[in-house]
Design a protein around this ligand. Structure first.
Ligand code: PA5
Length: 437
């Protein structure tokens, strides 16, 4: 398959017999595709890209057009899988300094992804006196962080612009039937989109969870979906390469995977990836710990640790072919900074040499690296990348012997928090936790 995501393991598997994992990977892929494995009621994402039809795309585009026309800001409220996918794609496609520039359409901002009081205060301060809309996203409809943010911004919007404007410019993305958000949306008459039952949060970026905010930000959701369809149809070789390599490395003592990019716009893509792999694989006291770095920035902070610290790391470098713009390094007659040796080169040429130099240095230091190449950062290749990582995660998780589609561990902090907040129904836990303090 040309013009697509490729996985290259040249500097990852030298001297290792990864071949023996081939059968395990094929078996895991078969388990995934036949729906015979653990968590098989959450496989709706597997054929999701090719099932998205014209009607769905048009509906999303129409809703986005209303928000784009009426609002200066659109606050997207959600956390985890109901936040990171949209954030990752919007950041990857946006001008780095969009926040400081005026542009076409509303600025998409995020809330409900933390409980930071000052964060919420500052955001409320920003949108006060401006027309804004809200996309509130929660599959369960009961998650505390987004529920608090929604209560605040809903009240603010209704007071500021009136009930009618609020009703027109609030969209809820939630379960088809269950949850507080579904009930609230029905009662208030908001437009709604459904998160399918069989698609878990971290696999939901190609549902309205991701597609609606991305469309509101002005990006081409058709191209994004088309890229994902390409991978759904032709991506298995790359999926297997990645799943095999990371399991081979894990079995060889490399317990930490660092996703490294040399492209600042991919910072949040790595945050999305961390949730996908962390929540899917970290179970039964097993799993590769997913970390990320932004190079070359972090070569000046984490570089020492990667080069020379404990040898439990492998690195996956996300390498981008073409940049969107060209910036040439100028010649300077005096050459006081000694940079004339790269004068006339474009900045990305230097970045690419830094990338190759880093990979070789890390291999020499005992950090094997995998390379994932994407031809450019655009909707099509991001769509490919999303689906590639999702499917590889399913295969990899089954190879590891876990259920990649649940997240029981996420509940532990919530139980304690509810007990400490004295939420009704948690009286026993409240007494127990108070006894520990
Ligand atoms: O991947 C997941 O399932 C989680 O990260 C959820 O997306 C996150 O906890 C938010 O849940 P909800 O969409 O129910 O508010």
């Amino acid at each position: 398959m040309n013009n697509s995501i490729q996985v290259i393991s040249k500097y990852a598997l030298e001297g290792m017999n990864a071949q023996s994992l081939n059968d395990a990977a094929l078996a895991a892929k078969q388990t995934l595709e036949s729906g015979s494995g653990l968590g098989n009621d959450f496989l709706g994402w597997l054929h999701l890209p090719s099932s998205i039809d014209e009607q769905q795309l048009q509906a999303l585009e129409q809703t986005a057009a209303v928000l784009r026309q009426e609002c200066e800001y659109v606050i997207t409220i959600g956390i985890g899988g109901s936040y990171l996918g949209a954030k990752a794609i919007i950041e990857a496609l946006s001008d780095h300094f969009a926040a400081y520039k005026s542009g076409n359409g509303p600025k998409v901002l995020f809330a409900g992804n933390n409980i930071g009081e000052d964060y919420l205060y500052d955001l409320m301060d920003l949108v006060r006196g401006h027309k804004f809309g809200i996309i509130v996203i929660s599959k369960s409809g009961t998650t505390t962080e987004p529920a608090i943010a929604f209560r605040l911004f809903k009240e603010m919007l209704e007071k500021q612009e009136g009930k009618e404007f609020a009703q027109r410019n609030i969209v809820a993305v939630t379960d088809a039937r269950r949850g507080a958000l579904r009930n609230l949306a029905t009662q208030e008459g908001y437009a709604t989109y459904v998160i399918p039952d069989n698609v878990g949060g971290r696999f939901s970026v190609l549902t309205p969870v991701g597609l609606l905010p991305i469309a509101v930000a002005g990006f081409d959701i058709r191209a994004l979906v088309a890229g994902a369809v390409e991978m759904e149809k032709d991506g298995d070789e790359q999926v297997l390469n990645y799943a095999i390599a990371r399991n081979a490395l894990y079995n060889n003592g490399k317990k930490i995977e660092i996703l490294a990019n040399f492209t600042p716009r991919l910072h949040f893509l790595a945050e999305w990836w961390k949730q996908l792999y962390g929540e899917s694989e970290g179970k039964g006291h097993k799993g590769i710990f997913p970390a990320s770095v932004d190079f070359t920035t972090d070569l000046h902070s984490m570089g020492q640790m990667i080069q020379d610290g404990e040898r439990t790391i492998f690195e996956t470098v996300l390498s981008v072919g073409d940049q969107q713009h060209e910036v040439i390094i100028p010649t300077d007659e005096a050459d006081l900074d000694g940079l004339n040796y790269i004068a006339g080169k474009n900045v990305d040429y230097v970045n690419k040499m830094a990338e190759l130099g880093t990979r070789l240095a890390h291999v020499d230091g005992g950090v094997p690296n995998l390379l994932i190449t994407m031809p450019a950062v655009n909707e099509r290749y991001l769509g490919q990348l999303i689906y590639f990582f999702e499917k590889a995660c399913g295969v990899s998780g089954y190879m590891l012997g876990v259920n990649p589609f649940d997240q029981p561990g996420v509940e532990a902090y919530k139980k304690n928090m509810f007990a400490l907040l004295e939420k009704p129904g948690h009286e026993e836990a409240t007494a127990a936790i108070k006894a520990r303090l």
